[in-house]
Design a protein around this ligand. Structure first.
Ligand SMILES: [Zn+2]
Length: 380
């Protein structure tokens, strides 16, 4: 087989896997039609995958109608796996997923400080153990709360970690048997199948995540648009109040300084000083505390700012969908305020056409990081 033919065959193999991953169930005929290839070509590929234990035949499609019966094929989803890691400043979370992003293994490791050398050495030890337990792992995706070069895998700057100019990919690749991919944590979450964002079919959408910080990702033609220097989508630092509270970036009144979880907790502490709060918002989100009016007012104001940011996103990029991933996805005061804030801004036409979805995703950044490895594998 010539080099060109071998490459073409490999591409067709990966495209076949992608069809089975997204459709879960298919037949040789359907795959051939979807890829515009002959059934013979697909049969050769499928037979090889069956021999290698990657695809199995699961029965005959009775709905096939006239012609020869269609044998249904299913991917053995554990034939390929991926590791996803989410770095935070006091711990990191790891997961192992199968080829369809189902979590097979997960855990969290507490870190005493964020010294990069010690931190990365610990990640490498954990990855080595996971690869021993799951030899099917194709690669490692690491989501970092930082400005990241996803091609070279360098972590340039983070306001949540002390890391500066860390060649994370290079350090991991030097000692591990599989390659590492490094992503910004919000951009990783945006591509996770679990966020519900229709990435694979939506040509243009925006993902806005409210957490310890606030970030965003613009998905254009089903790919994350990173911009000239990987900072596209940094919605957390849009200025909402020129004289507002100081942000971690040094500016005043950024969206992140007003509605990130730490910013909300600060407002609760200020307005309801008699109530002792822990570091999460669960108490308020579930019971609204003893003074719901004050809390509702904080959430109403937060919704107003988020709506202002969403209006600007709608005007700038005209997305089909905007997904707001936050712990407030069930709070009516917040959601109503976001929608009415958008309603009173943004131009009528794009506003009416843009769908706004409220979600709270779990493990999204680590699932997205693991999924990025699968997508790269399919593109190789
Ligand atoms: Zn800022």
């Amino acid at each position: 087989m010539s080099k060109g033919t071998a490459l073409l065959r490999q591409q067709n193999e990966k495209r076949t896997l992608a069809i089975l991953r997204t459709g879960k169930l298919s037949s040789r005929q359907e795959i051939a039609a979807a890829l515009g290839l002959s059934k013979n070509t697909i049969s050769l590929i499928v037979d090889k995958f069956i021999k290698d234990g990657i695809i199995k035949e699961v029965g005959i499609d009775e709905q096939g109608g006239v012609g020869r019966p269609r044998i249904q094929l299913r991917l053995r989803t554990e034939a390929y796996k991926s590791i996803g890691i989410l770095i935070q400043n006091s711990y990191f979370q790891y997961i192992v997923t199968d080829y369809c992003s189902n979590i097979l293994d997960k855990g969290s490791i507490a870190m005493d400080g964020d010294d990069p050398d010690r931190y990365i050495a610990k990640i490498i030890r954990v990855c080595n153990t996971l690869i021993e337990q799951h030899p099917e792992v194709l690669g490692i995706g690491i989501a970092v709360p930082a400005l990241v070069d996803p091609i070279e895998g360098v972590v340039y700057f983070s306001s949540h970690l002390s890391w500066r100019n860390i060649p994370l990919k290079e350090q991991m690749d030097a000692v591990l048997p599989v390659k590492t991919k490094v992503l910004n944590l919000v951009k990783a979450a945006a591509i996770a199948p679990s966020t519900g964002l229709p990435t694979e079919n939506a040509s243009n959408s925006f993902y806005l995540r409210i957490d310890e910080g606030i970030g965003g990702a613009h998905i254009m033609d089903s790919q994350i648009y990173s911009g000239a220097n990987w900072t596209a989508g940094e919605v957390g630092h849009l200025c909402m109040e020129p004289d507002g509270p100081l942000c971690s970036c040094g500016q005043r009144g950024c969206l992140e300084a007003l509605v990130s979880i730490p910013a909300i907790l600060k407002q609760i502490q200020k307005q309801l000083p008699e109530i002792k709060i822990d570091s999460n918002l669960e108490y308020y989100l579930n019971s609204k505390g003893t003074q719901p009016t004050a809390f509702d007012e904080i959430m109403r104001r937060s919704g107003l700012y988020v709506g202002m940011a969403v209006s600007q996103i709608i005007l700038l990029i005209n997305p089909g969908y905007i997904v707001i991933d936050s712990p407030f996805e069930k709070l009516e005061a917040f959601k109503r305020s976001v929608l009415s804030s958008v309603e009173s801004r943004a131009l009528k036409f794009p506003k009416e056409k843009t769908k706004i979805l409220f979600i709270k995703s779990h493990f999204a950044s680590s699932i997205g990081a693991a999924f990025a490895v699968i997508l790269d594998f399919e593109k190789e």
